[in-house]
Design a protein around this ligand. Structure first.
Ligand code: PAF
Length: 317
C-alpha cells in the first residue's frame, strides 16, 4: 500500500523504516530538502530493538516541494494521493503551512492517522481538512533519532491504538488494511472506538511527567525519587485527573500507579519535553498542560498547577 509519512523525526522514521521493510510503498515528507535528499540517497538507518542495524530504502521529499509535485514536477511516487498518511510531526509543527501541505497531499479518499501527544490538533485538522478521513492515534512505542537525517533507534515497544475521529468519517476496509500492515511490521496495533479516553489517559501521564522533568532537568526515573518533586507530581496528577474526568475520561483507580510505572519503565529516558528544552526547540507544553488548562477554563474549574507549569516551561528556552 502507498503510505506517506509526514515528519522525519524519530517516530516518523521508525514507522517509515518498519513499514518499508515489509514491502509497503513508503514516502517520507520532511521539513528540509537536505534530510529528504539523504533519505533518498542512503535510506533510513534503523537500529532494531535487538540491536541489529540496517539501511532501508525509502522515497523522500521535502514538504516545501509539494507545490512542485502537484504541478507534476516531482519524482515518481509523489504525484498521486496516498491511501494513508501517518502524521508524525510534533504539535508545534501543525501550523498554517503544514495544513496547506496536507491539503495538497491528501484527497477525499486519504485517511490520516495522527500520532501527536496532547490535545487540540484533531479539531484544527478537522477544520482544515473537511474531506479527509481523520484517525486519532495513541502510541507508546519508543524511538530516538541519532543524527539529523536518517539514523533512528527503536528504543521501546508498546501498544499503538487508533480509531476514527468522527464516526461518520471512516473507511472500514482502509482501517483494517492499515491495522494488518502495522501488525505485520511488528507494531502492537489495535483499533479502538474509545480514542478520546485513550488520548486523555496518555495526556494525564504526559501532563505529570513531561513538564516536571523539563523544569527539574531530570530523567523520568529520577523525578519521583525526590520527596518534594513527588509531592508536586501527585498534585499535578490529582488536578489533571479531576479536569479530564470532568470532561468525560473514565475514572480509574490505578491512574497514579500507571504514572509511577511509566517513570519506572522509562527510567533512563529523557522525556520528549526535556529533550526539546535541551535542544532549544519549541515544546508541546501548549498542547499538554496548556491544553488541560484550556479544558479547565471551559468547564469552569481552577487549574493552578497546570497553569503554573505551563508558564514555567515556556520560560525554559
Ligand atoms: O513524552 C514522552 O517523553 C513520553 O510520552 C513519556 C513516557 C511520558 C516520557 O518519556
Amino acid at each position: 500500500m502507498k503510505i506517506h509519512i509526514v515528519g522525519g523525526g524519530a517516530i516518523g522514521l521508525l514507522h517509515a523504516g518498519l513499514l518499508a521493510q515489509t514491502g509497503q510503498e513508503v514516502t517520507v515528507w520532511t521539513r528540509t530538502d537536505k534530510q529528504a535528499e539523504r533519505l533518498r540517497e542512503e535510506g533510513i538507518r534503523l537500529e532494531t530493538l535487538d540491536g541489529d542495524a540496517r539501511d532501508i530504502p525509502v522515497n523522500s521529499y521535502s514538504l516545501a516541494s509539494l507545490q512542485a509535485c502537484t504541478k507534476g514536477q516531482a519524482g515518481d511516487g509523489a504525484e498521486q494521493s496516498p491511501a494513508w498518511i501517518l502524521l508524525t510531526v510534533k504539535q508545534s509543527h501543525i501550523d498554517e503551512p503544514l495544513l496547506n501541505q496536507l491539503q495538497l497531499l491528501s484527497s477525499g479518499k486519504t485517511a490520516i492517522l495522527c500520532l501527536q501527544n496532547g490535545i487540540g490538533h484533531m479539531d484544527k485538522l478537522a477544520a482544515a481538512l473537511p474531506r479527509a478521513l481523520l484517525y486519532a492515534g495513541v502510541t507508546s512505542v519508543g524511538a530516538r533519532r541519532l543524527d539529523d537525517a536518517r539514523h533512528v533507534r527503536h528504543t521501546g515497544d508498546g501498544p499503538l491504538w487508533f480509531g476514527a475521529y468522527a464516526e461518520d468519517k471512516k473507511d472500514d476496509n482502509l482501517q483494517i488494511l492499515l491495522l494488518n500492515i502495522l501488525k505485520s511490521a511488528g507494531f502492537h496495533a489495535g483499533l479502538s472506538n474509545e480514542m478520546k479516553d485513550m488520548i486523555y489517559q496518555k495526556l494525564l501521564i504526559n501532563a505529570v511527567i513531561n513538564p516536571l522533568t523539563a523544569i527539574y532537568d531530570t530523567t523520568n526515573g529520577e523525578l519521583p525519587q525526590h520527596p518534594s518533586r513527588l509531592k508536586l507530581m501527585r498534585a499535578l496528577f490529582e488536578e489533571t485527573s479531576a479536569i479530564l474526568t470532568a470532561d468525560g475520561m473514565k475514572s480509574s483507580d490505578n491512574g497514579w500507579q500507571l504514572v509511577m510505572r511509566v517513570c519506572e519503565a522509562t527510567a533512563a529516558n529523557v522525556s520528549s519535553m526535556l529533550s526539546d528544552v535541551r535542544a532549544g526547540r519549541q515544546t508541546e507544553i501548549n498542547w499538554i498542560n496548556g491544553g488541560v488548562s484550556g479544558l479547565a477554563r471551559r468547564l469552569g474549574i481552577a487549574s493552578p498547577f497546570n497553569d503554573a507549569v505551563t508558564t514555567l516551561v515556556k520560560q525554559l528556552r
